[in-house]
Design a protein around this ligand. Structure first.
Ligand code: ZN
Ligand code: ZN
Length: 213
């Protein structure tokens, strides 16, 4: 798996500090289980966080993050080992789904697309699995807050780039996009949104409360 789109330092730091709603933490944990590069960076942030809390080893106020990271270079880094995945469903997701892809309780969205909302313990972000047939588009929409979309199978393209397996797209208020699943394999994504999406067309907007997207 060649991953081209990764998590920002900002998100990794917030994750490491435990500052994120469960929905975002789940998408990030799922990316980390697939991505050696981000897992190593997350390990470094965990070490920084631990050092700040436990020893006053380095503090963010007395230098740049790079300086801080270079000082902890010698520390052993705790890198979480990826647990066993179930098919295309990475380990962090297995408990939320109650198994693998065959256990997902899909609901139709029309035109062959379907989704499954995953239950979170807080309301900070809503999380869903999306299944979009190859060549089909998701409705065009903009965001009121941050949206994280992680590809588990297939690929999609939008106005910004192409996203394949393991890639994560971080979208914010400024992005209006129409993700389209690449021809061929059905695109399966895990998406977390901070606030309900604003759909630009009437019918999707009417359907929004019903589908809870
Ligand atoms: Zn990554
Ligand atoms: Zn979006």
């Amino acid at each position: 798996m060649t991953i081209r789109h990764h998590l920002s330092d900002q998100l990794l730091m917030a994750y490491s500090a435990g500052d994120l709603p469960e929905g975002f933490a789940l998408v990030i944990a799922t990316h980390l289980s697939l991505c050696d590069e981000c897992r190593a960076r997350a390990g470094a942030f965990d070490a920084v966080g631990g050092a700040v809390v436990e020893d006053g080893f380095c503090s963010m106020s007395d230098g740049s993050l790079e300086a801080c990271l270079s000082r902890i270079d010698g520390l052993s880094q705790i890198t979480p080992r990826p647990r066993q995945a179930k098919g295309i469903i990475p380990a962090p997701l297995v408990d939320y789904i109650g198994g693998g892809l065959a256990d997902v309780k899909w609901r139709p969205l029309g035109f062959g697309a379907k989704q499954a909302i995953l239950r979170m313990s807080d309301r900070g972000a809503s999380v869903r699995l999306l299944s979009i047939p190859g060549g089909s588009a998701m409705p065009e929409h903009s965001h009121r807050g941050t949206e994280l979309t992680l590809v588990l199978q297939g690929a999609f393209r939008d106005e910004t780039d192409r996203f394949g397996p393991g890639d994560i797209e971080v979208a914010d208020d400024n992005l209006e996009h129409t993700p389209v699943a690449e021809e061929g394999q059905t695109c399966i994504c895990l998406a977390a949104t901070e606030a309900p999406l604003r759909f630009n067309r009437l019918i999707p907007r009417l359907a929004q409360p019903f589908f809870r997207i």
